[in-house]
Design a protein around this ligand. Structure first.
Ligand code: NDP
Ligand code: A1CAB
Length: 283
């Protein structure tokens, strides 16, 4: 995808883990300078850490951070989101774009909590945005201007690949791509644990498992990579890889992965329902 200029400044409200991953990805892209990024914190030591590591503007005033921002990203947890929207609403101007990164507050609640003259979008990034390798699902609210869509696309194109979809599909992504890196890292740990169980030194086992994942990911990143062919290159018919793969099937790998995805999606839906109910009552 062609990279478009990212509207400056980018305001990230809530300088936690996903905000820092996005800052790193944006700066790494070369399309955004530290002076183009505003990030807000509620603890000065966290602000100092972000400032010293990345050279970005750190503020403690969320309303001030959104004034004149090219795009505003809400990166606090759900417990703080409603209060944050109440604080920034009077400071937002017509034509501004607000993107919620929250996994569990729906567009309907976001649009009701923000002024009707702003474009509201949800994004569901994951930590690979830090290295420019994110796949970020996006879903647009009911009153989104085309320019807002392009602006938000540019943020997530600078950190990987943006993908537009329905809100329901984005909910599924919370249990797949958003949580997915954690599942993959857990698989790497399980591979290392298995090596240790067969007598390998723990540090060697960790390096071997990590190297295997990185090597496999690079093969997957090649043009025209397809998993059946990549598996067939390793698995000689009747050989040892096939025996291992058959054991994985027999032990229910697809069922285990499917269960993790289902439970995460279910948790997202329950929290979104609870938030919808909470937002419907005045604070
Ligand atoms: N982590 C991930 O991989 C992903 C997270 N998300 C979503 O992103 C959001 C944030 O998640 P994550 O980064 O993991 O959580 P974190 O707790 O790491 O980040 C939230 C940050 O917001 C800060 N904060 C809270 N209230 C305010 C405020 N009023 N003003 C300024 N800063 C404030 C918190 O400060 P303090 O440090 O003091 O608590 C914290 O640093 C959540 O909604 C989550 O669903 C979405 C996709 C992926
Ligand atoms: O685990 C969580 O609840 C958050 C939202 C998605 C990723 N991290």
């Amino acid at each position: 995808m062609a990279l478009h200029p990212v509207p400056s400044p980018v305001a990230l409200l809530g300088g936690g883990k996903i905000a820092e991953a996005l800052i790193q990805g944006l700066l790494r892209s070369g399309l955004v300078r530290p002076s183009d990024v505003r990030v807000t914190v509620r603890r000065s030591e966290r602000g100092e850490a972000l400032r010293s590591r990345h050279g970005v503007h750190v503020l403690m005033d969320n309303a001030q951070a959104v004034r004149g921002a090219g795009v505003v990203l809400l990166a606090v947890r759900q417990a703080q989101l409603r209060d944050l929207m109440a604080v920034i609403s009077p400071a937002l101007a017509p034509g501004q774009t607000v993107v919620s990164l929250s996994a569990d507050v729906r567009l309907a609640q976001l649009e009701a909590a923000l002024p009707s003259f702003v474009s509201v979008i949800r994004a569901m990034p994951h930590t690979p945005v830090r290295v420019g390798a994110g796949v970020t699902p996006l879903t647009a609210g009911t009153r989104v201007m085309e320019a807002a869509k392009r602006a938000v696309e540019s943020v997530f194109a600078a950190t990987g690949q943006p993908l537009w979809m329905s809100e329901e599909a984005l909910t599924v992504c919370t249990g797949v791509s958003c949580t997915g890196p954690a599942y993959v890292f857990r698989f790497v740990e399980a591979l290392a644990q298995a090596a240790v169980a067969h007598g390998m030194d723990a540090a060697e086992a960790a390096a071997l498992a990590k190297g295997t994942l990185i090597g496999a990911a690079k093969l997957l990143a090649e043009p025209d990579a397809a998993t059946p062919r990549l598996i067939a290159e390793i698995a000689t018919p009747g050989g040892i890889t096939e025996a291992g793969l058959l054991a994985m099937e027999a032990e229910g790998l697809p069922r285990v992965v499917g269960e993790a995805v289902s439970v995460a999606i279910q948790r997202t839906r329950e929290r979104a329902d609870a938030n919808a109910a909470a937002y419907s009552t005045p604070k």
